[in-house]
Design a protein around this ligand. Structure first.
Ligand code: SAH
Length: 209
């Protein structure tokens, strides 16, 4: 009951912060964030905070998950490439708004845990890959939507190559030494940028663990 009230308060907060997409907000209200963190941190599940997960990584702040999802312009007919599965929380949100999620994580421990949680939540429209997301999806796919949930110093060229024409990429990117959620649109081989909120993400790191 108290968790339910906390959930509703969080959704009100996200609205105030400027997340307007109703579908995104209602999915955030439904997905149990406490399932993706350690039991001892459950009481913090509906605070608008990033929280620690295994392997020195973090589950992103709900407002940031919501904003990045909104910027991806969800459509049930479209697939998404996600780089940085982490806890699987963002994957779960995306799974309810898109057709299929292709998710890459470099830490095997995190990936196996995320798979179990999503299975438990009966989410089955996801495909996972243990690998280095900087190299893109390991097949010649083109994606209409890509999300990267770790911060890059520059745009990974292999990811840009896997964007279809008219595709959208949302990621934290560094501008003037600060990280901003950035939306990138690829049109006729040109790249258009728009930056949004200032954020703090863990780095996009090459290689696997
Ligand atoms: N969206 C996640 C956020 C996880 S933090 C969540 O809501 O829980 C970022 C994740 O990106 C970490 O798990 C980190 O291991 C992963 N990561 C960093 N560099 C990567 C790379 N090159 N390929 C795949 N995953 C990467």
């Amino acid at each position: 009951m108290i968790q339910n009230l906390k959930r509703i308060n969080l959704i009100i907060k996200l609205r105030k912060l400027g997340v307007t997409n109703h579908k995104v907000l209602s999915i955030l209200e439904k997905i149990p964030r406490e399932n993706f963190i350690d039991k001892e941190l459950s009481y913090k599940a509906y605070l608008n905070n990033a929280l620690p997960i295994d392997c020195n990584q973090t589950i992103s702040q709900p407002a940031v998950v919501a904003k990045m999802t909104e910027l991806l312009e969800p459509k049930k007919s479209i697939n998404v490439l996600e780089i940085g599965t982490g806890s699987g929380y963002q994957t779960a949100i995306l799974s309810k708004l898109f057709k299929r999620i292709y998710s890459i994580e470099r830490h095997k421990t995190l990936l196996e845990k995320a798979k179990k949680i999503l299975n438990h939540l009966k989410i089955h429209n996801t495909v996972f890959y243990h690998g280095d997301g900087i190299k893109g999806w390991p097949a010649n796919f083109l994606f209409e939507r890509i999300i990267i949930t770790a911060v890059a110093k520059s745009l990974p060229s292999k990811i840009i190559k896997q964007m279809s024409n008219g595709g959208i990429l949302v990621l934290p990117l560094i501008h003037d030494n600060e990280q901003y959620i950035t939306k990138i649109i690829k049109k006729n081989n040109k790249i258009y940028f728009k930056k949004y909120w200032k954020v703090r993400f863990v780095p996009l790191t090459s290689g696997i663990n």
